[in-house]
Write a new protein. Sequence first.
Length: 333
Amino acid sequence: MRKDGWARIYTTKMRVDQHIKDAEARNETLFTFEILPPLKGQTIHDIYSNIDPLMEFKPPFINVTYHREQVVYKRLPNGLLEQKVVRKRPGTVGICAALMNRYQVDPVPHLLCGGFDKEDTENALIDLHFLGVENVLALRGDGMQDQVYFVPETDGHAYASELVEQIVNMNQGIYLDDELINNSATNFSIGVAGYPEKHFEAPSLNVDVSNLKRKVDAGANYIVTQLFFDNSKYFEFVDKCRAAGITIPIIPGLKPIATKKQLSMLPHRFHVDLPDELALEVMKANDNAAVRQIGVEWAIKQAGELKAAGIPVIHFYSMGKSDNIYNIAKELF
Ligand code: FAD
């Protein structure tokens, strides 16, 4: 038998909502994280070398992001621009299968509305179902780079709540073709995204929370938040959700700041604020090694407080590098 893990048989298979319930029953806080597929042409071993050290902290599940196609322009020798549509980080489903084999962990593929019509979605869910994947994070996705607003595919979903509805239908054996009979029901646990500092397109946080409730009413089982650096924003968001009648678990998402450039990149890309204290410390740092250390210390403080509050799962955004996540986890998990 090979010693690298590939010959092992996948044995665990649990829904994320069950992992959360179990953690609550044991009064425990679970460590989980998200990975990105490698850039096209790069090896999966880069992913393994980032994940291997983190397995010490026994993550029950690992999220795998999905990256839709993008329009790129290539300048031709005659000066004209050639437009090409490429997917720079394919491989989400393949990585999920690889994670199951190598680590016996439950993978959570992210599934987008963007770039998928309902038939594509159904077929993607069938692939996951046949692989034994029982978890998905249902997302709308953003518009392509050349679009100001998100544009759904013809016969695709405009909002994540509609994607949740389709998954719930499949969990009841309802497929798109109503002439199919004796259909196999899937058993997906469905996560959705929530934004403690508001989704950037929503007119207000209250409206955004009422739109989040649509996803919950459609059948979502839990929420994972956008990254945040100020725990009071998370706790206020949870209160707002509870007041709006959202009762499902809300998993906080944390990302340690790692470079000076992220001081402007994170607010720009994720529409979140950094607390003054953190921003000023990062601005004073001499180099990115010092910033990385500040980021680790800040995240330890944040995660420690969330853990003390009895949150059953803390989710880390690794953005492809794990040494800082390792340093946080070894203090707390
Ligand atoms: P939705 O829930 O559909 O909401 C989008 C906007 O529409 C919000 O402003 C909402 O208030 C509004 N809205 C919702 N329903 C209605 C309605 N019925 N009428 C009017 N307005 C409505 N992106 C990727 O491309 N790949 C990933 O792997 C990925 N992973 C992510 C993981 C997490 C945990 C998070 C928080 C985000 C992730 N994203 C990812 C980014 C996400 O795709 C974007 O933030 C996207 O802009 C919104 O997705 P959503 O699922 O929250 O959309």
